[in-house]
Design a protein. Structure first.
Length: 100
């Protein structure tokens, strides 16, 4: 995104994020993600660990099917590699019926 032209109006394209208060949790770790469409954190509270994802999935066009599956695969791989109690996946899934 080019911000050299000054103040931006409206919603710029792309990007995902997660915000949290440091004093709300015992521990927060940012999980590295390959896709720019996914961000993830691991949160620990007492003896419980949770994963939080924010996702911005590709739109439901057949041309995007490969990228859509890659995003889901990355989420699945992260979940399998972490020792967690619960998972929260939030965001824009763009998961309407696929038009082929």
């Amino acid at each position: 995104m080019d911000i050299s032209s000054g103040l931006l109006h409206g919603r710029p394209y792309g990007g995902v994020g997660l915000l949290w208060r440091n004093d709300s949790f015992q521990s927060v770790s940012v999980i590295p993600c390959v896709s720019e469409r996914i961000v993830a954190i691991k949160v620990s509270v007492a003896e419980r660990s949770m994963l939080f994802f924010n996702v911005y999935m590709p739109t439901n066009e057949i041309d995007n099917l490969c990228e859509f599956v890659e995003c889901l695969s990355e989420i699945s791989a992260i979940v399998e590699n972490e020792n967690i109690e619960s998972i929260h996946v939030l965001g824009d899934f763009n998961a309407h019926e696929m038009k082929c």
